[in-house]
Ligand binder design. Structure first.
Ligand code: SAM
Length: 228
Protein backbone atom coordinates (compact mmCIF):
# COMPACT_ATOMS: atom_id res chain seq x y z
CA UNK A 1 0.00 0.00 0.00
CA UNK A 2 1.33 3.48 -0.83
CA UNK A 3 2.48 5.75 1.95
CA UNK A 4 0.12 8.46 3.22
CA UNK A 5 1.38 12.04 2.98
CA UNK A 6 0.41 15.09 5.01
CA UNK A 7 1.38 18.25 3.13
CA UNK A 8 1.60 21.31 5.42
CA UNK A 9 0.75 24.07 2.95
CA UNK A 10 1.28 27.82 3.49
CA UNK A 11 -1.49 29.99 2.02
CA UNK A 12 -1.77 33.79 1.54
CA UNK A 13 -2.01 36.19 4.51
CA UNK A 14 -4.25 38.52 2.49
CA UNK A 15 -3.41 38.89 -1.17
CA UNK A 16 -4.61 35.68 -2.86
CA UNK A 17 -1.77 35.87 -5.40
CA UNK A 18 0.73 35.11 -2.63
CA UNK A 19 0.72 31.35 -3.06
CA UNK A 20 3.43 29.18 -4.57
CA UNK A 21 3.06 27.11 -7.73
CA UNK A 22 3.94 24.04 -5.67
CA UNK A 23 1.18 24.81 -3.15
CA UNK A 24 -1.35 24.99 -6.00
CA UNK A 25 -0.07 21.71 -7.47
CA UNK A 26 -0.44 20.01 -4.10
CA UNK A 27 -3.92 21.44 -3.45
CA UNK A 28 -5.00 20.13 -6.86
CA UNK A 29 -3.68 16.60 -6.36
CA UNK A 30 -4.52 15.75 -2.74
CA UNK A 31 -7.51 13.61 -1.73
CA UNK A 32 -8.85 16.30 0.61
CA UNK A 33 -7.87 19.50 2.40
CA UNK A 34 -7.93 19.98 6.17
CA UNK A 35 -8.63 23.60 7.06
CA UNK A 36 -9.74 25.85 9.94
CA UNK A 37 -12.62 27.81 8.41
CA UNK A 38 -14.13 26.05 5.39
CA UNK A 39 -15.60 29.33 4.06
CA UNK A 40 -12.20 30.98 4.03
CA UNK A 41 -10.44 28.06 2.33
CA UNK A 42 -13.33 27.69 -0.17
CA UNK A 43 -12.70 31.27 -1.30
CA UNK A 44 -9.04 30.52 -1.96
CA UNK A 45 -9.80 27.27 -3.80
CA UNK A 46 -12.56 28.88 -5.85
CA UNK A 47 -10.19 31.68 -6.86
CA UNK A 48 -7.83 29.02 -8.28
CA UNK A 49 -10.71 26.89 -9.63
CA UNK A 50 -9.76 23.95 -7.44
CA UNK A 51 -12.63 21.67 -6.46
CA UNK A 52 -11.72 19.70 -3.37
CA UNK A 53 -13.36 18.16 -0.34
CA UNK A 54 -12.74 20.31 2.77
CA UNK A 55 -12.52 18.84 6.28
CA UNK A 56 -12.56 21.32 9.14
CA UNK A 57 -10.03 21.08 11.92
CA UNK A 58 -9.55 23.53 14.80
CA UNK A 59 -8.13 23.59 18.31
CA UNK A 60 -11.38 22.24 19.78
CA UNK A 61 -11.63 19.35 17.31
CA UNK A 62 -12.44 16.11 19.04
CA UNK A 63 -10.02 13.21 19.23
CA UNK A 64 -12.41 11.35 16.90
CA UNK A 65 -11.63 13.83 14.13
CA UNK A 66 -7.88 13.40 14.58
CA UNK A 67 -8.36 9.61 14.57
CA UNK A 68 -10.33 9.83 11.34
CA UNK A 69 -7.67 11.99 9.64
CA UNK A 70 -4.92 9.63 10.84
CA UNK A 71 -6.80 6.60 9.51
CA UNK A 72 -7.06 8.24 6.08
CA UNK A 73 -3.33 8.92 6.09
CA UNK A 74 -2.56 5.38 7.22
CA UNK A 75 -4.70 4.12 4.33
CA UNK A 76 -2.38 5.89 1.92
CA UNK A 77 -4.34 9.10 1.34
CA UNK A 78 -2.55 12.32 0.42
CA UNK A 79 -3.88 15.22 2.44
CA UNK A 80 -3.14 18.98 2.59
CA UNK A 81 -3.29 20.90 5.86
CA UNK A 82 -3.88 24.66 5.52
CA UNK A 83 -4.73 27.33 8.07
CA UNK A 84 -6.86 30.46 7.68
CA UNK A 85 -3.78 32.43 6.71
CA UNK A 86 -0.05 31.96 6.36
CA UNK A 87 1.92 28.96 7.53
CA UNK A 88 0.04 26.25 9.45
CA UNK A 89 1.37 25.78 12.97
CA UNK A 90 2.67 29.33 13.29
CA UNK A 91 0.24 30.41 15.97
CA UNK A 92 -2.67 28.36 14.75
CA UNK A 93 -3.98 24.86 15.44
CA UNK A 94 -2.06 23.17 12.59
CA UNK A 95 0.82 22.40 14.95
CA UNK A 96 -1.38 20.22 17.19
CA UNK A 97 -2.31 17.94 14.28
CA UNK A 98 1.28 17.65 13.04
CA UNK A 99 2.41 16.84 16.58
CA UNK A 100 -0.29 14.15 16.82
CA UNK A 101 0.86 12.54 13.56
CA UNK A 102 4.51 12.70 14.70
CA UNK A 103 3.58 10.84 17.89
CA UNK A 104 1.73 8.17 15.91
CA UNK A 105 4.77 7.82 13.63
CA UNK A 106 6.97 7.16 16.67
CA UNK A 107 4.66 4.36 17.79
CA UNK A 108 4.16 2.59 14.45
CA UNK A 109 6.36 1.09 11.77
CA UNK A 110 4.38 2.47 8.84
CA UNK A 111 5.30 6.15 8.78
CA UNK A 112 3.10 8.92 7.48
CA UNK A 113 5.26 11.36 5.53
CA UNK A 114 4.98 15.02 6.58
CA UNK A 115 6.01 17.47 3.85
CA UNK A 116 6.27 21.27 4.27
CA UNK A 117 5.12 23.47 1.39
CA UNK A 118 6.54 26.84 2.49
CA UNK A 119 5.15 30.27 1.70
CA UNK A 120 3.78 33.35 3.47
CA UNK A 121 3.74 34.04 7.15
CA UNK A 122 2.79 37.37 8.73
CA UNK A 123 5.86 37.22 10.99
CA UNK A 124 8.48 36.81 8.24
CA UNK A 125 6.72 39.28 5.92
CA UNK A 126 6.79 41.89 8.70
CA UNK A 127 10.39 41.16 9.67
CA UNK A 128 11.44 41.50 6.03
CA UNK A 129 10.25 45.11 5.88
CA UNK A 130 11.19 46.12 9.43
CA UNK A 131 14.78 46.92 8.49
CA UNK A 132 15.81 45.59 11.91
CA UNK A 133 18.68 43.09 12.14
CA UNK A 134 16.91 39.73 11.93
CA UNK A 135 19.85 37.37 12.32
CA UNK A 136 18.29 36.53 15.70
CA UNK A 137 14.78 37.27 16.94
CA UNK A 138 12.34 36.17 19.59
CA UNK A 139 8.87 35.23 18.32
CA UNK A 140 6.15 35.41 20.96
CA UNK A 141 2.96 34.92 18.93
CA UNK A 142 0.06 36.42 20.92
CA UNK A 143 0.88 37.55 24.47
CA UNK A 144 -1.19 35.71 27.08
CA UNK A 145 -4.34 37.75 27.77
CA UNK A 146 -4.34 37.39 31.56
CA UNK A 147 -2.51 34.56 33.33
CA UNK A 148 1.24 34.90 32.93
CA UNK A 149 1.07 38.20 31.03
CA UNK A 150 2.73 40.39 33.67
CA UNK A 151 5.37 37.76 34.41
CA UNK A 152 6.24 37.48 30.72
CA UNK A 153 6.39 41.27 30.28
CA UNK A 154 8.66 41.51 33.32
CA UNK A 155 10.99 38.80 31.93
CA UNK A 156 11.24 40.66 28.60
CA UNK A 157 13.05 43.54 30.31
CA UNK A 158 16.26 41.46 29.97
CA UNK A 159 15.64 40.55 26.32
CA UNK A 160 18.14 42.09 23.90
CA UNK A 161 17.05 40.47 20.62
CA UNK A 162 14.46 41.76 18.14
CA UNK A 163 11.02 40.77 19.49
CA UNK A 164 8.08 39.85 17.22
CA UNK A 165 4.48 39.36 18.28
CA UNK A 166 0.97 39.15 16.88
CA UNK A 167 -1.94 41.30 18.02
CA UNK A 168 -5.54 41.92 17.08
CA UNK A 169 -7.13 45.32 16.51
CA UNK A 170 -9.00 45.07 19.82
CA UNK A 171 -5.89 44.97 21.99
CA UNK A 172 -3.11 46.49 19.90
CA UNK A 173 -3.06 49.90 21.63
CA UNK A 174 -3.24 48.41 25.14
CA UNK A 175 -0.45 45.94 24.31
CA UNK A 176 1.77 48.64 22.79
CA UNK A 177 1.29 50.80 25.87
CA UNK A 178 2.34 47.92 28.11
CA UNK A 179 5.31 47.09 25.86
CA UNK A 180 6.42 50.72 26.07
CA UNK A 181 6.83 50.19 29.83
CA UNK A 182 9.15 47.25 29.09
CA UNK A 183 11.12 48.39 26.06
CA UNK A 184 11.16 52.13 26.78
CA UNK A 185 13.09 53.89 24.08
CA UNK A 186 13.58 51.00 21.64
CA UNK A 187 12.52 51.48 18.04
CA UNK A 188 9.24 49.97 16.90
CA UNK A 189 7.79 48.71 13.61
CA UNK A 190 4.10 47.80 13.44
CA UNK A 191 2.71 46.20 10.27
CA UNK A 192 -1.03 46.35 9.68
CA UNK A 193 -2.99 44.38 7.06
CA UNK A 194 0.09 43.14 5.19
CA UNK A 195 -0.51 42.40 1.50
CA UNK A 196 -4.06 43.78 1.73
CA UNK A 197 -5.68 46.98 0.44
CA UNK A 198 -5.02 48.98 3.62
CA UNK A 199 -1.51 47.70 4.27
CA UNK A 200 0.36 50.15 6.53
CA UNK A 201 3.81 50.01 8.05
CA UNK A 202 4.50 52.30 10.99
CA UNK A 203 8.03 52.90 12.26
CA UNK A 204 9.31 55.10 15.04
CA UNK A 205 9.16 55.49 18.81
CA UNK A 206 6.36 53.90 20.83
CA UNK A 207 4.71 57.31 21.25
CA UNK A 208 4.79 58.11 17.53
CA UNK A 209 3.50 54.71 16.44
CA UNK A 210 0.73 54.47 19.06
CA UNK A 211 -0.52 57.93 18.07
CA UNK A 212 -0.83 56.86 14.42
CA UNK A 213 -2.43 53.51 15.19
CA UNK A 214 -5.04 55.18 17.41
CA UNK A 215 -6.22 57.03 14.30
CA UNK A 216 -6.93 53.71 12.50
CA UNK A 217 -7.14 50.61 14.67
CA UNK A 218 -8.81 48.18 12.25
CA UNK A 219 -7.14 45.05 10.90
CA UNK A 220 -4.49 42.53 11.87
CA UNK A 221 -1.15 43.53 13.32
CA UNK A 222 2.42 42.33 13.69
CA UNK A 223 4.48 44.23 16.27
CA UNK A 224 8.29 44.24 16.02
CA UNK A 225 10.59 45.81 18.58
CA UNK A 226 14.20 46.50 17.53
CA UNK A 227 17.10 44.92 19.38
CA UNK A 228 18.79 46.78 22.18
N1 SAM B 1 -0.34 31.23 10.66
C1 SAM B 1 -0.30 32.67 10.52
C2 SAM B 1 1.08 33.08 10.00
O1 SAM B 1 1.80 32.25 9.45
O2 SAM B 1 1.41 34.25 10.11
C3 SAM B 1 -0.68 33.38 11.81
C4 SAM B 1 -2.02 33.02 12.34
S1 SAM B 1 -2.46 33.91 13.78
C5 SAM B 1 -3.91 33.02 14.26
C6 SAM B 1 -3.24 35.37 13.15
C7 SAM B 1 -2.45 36.63 13.47
O3 SAM B 1 -1.39 36.79 12.53
C8 SAM B 1 -3.27 37.91 13.35
O4 SAM B 1 -4.00 38.20 14.53
C9 SAM B 1 -2.19 38.95 13.12
O5 SAM B 1 -1.55 39.31 14.33
C10 SAM B 1 -1.20 38.16 12.25
N2 SAM B 1 -1.55 38.36 10.83
C11 SAM B 1 -2.12 37.48 9.98
N3 SAM B 1 -2.28 38.03 8.76
C12 SAM B 1 -1.80 39.29 8.84
C13 SAM B 1 -1.68 40.36 7.92
N4 SAM B 1 -2.11 40.26 6.67
N5 SAM B 1 -1.11 41.52 8.35
C14 SAM B 1 -0.68 41.65 9.60
N6 SAM B 1 -0.77 40.67 10.53
C15 SAM B 1 -1.32 39.51 10.15
Amino acid sequence: MKEGILYVVATPIGNLADITLRALEVLKKVDFVICEDTRRTSKLLQYYEIKKRLVSYHQHSKLRKIDWITRQLKNGKEVALVSDAGTPGINDPGGILVNGINKINQETRRKIKIVPIPGSSASTAALSVSGFPCDKFLFLGFLPRKKGRNKLLESLKKEKKVVVLYESCYRVVKTLEELKGVFGKRELCVCRELTKKFESIYRGSFNEVVKRIKEKQKGEFVVIINKL
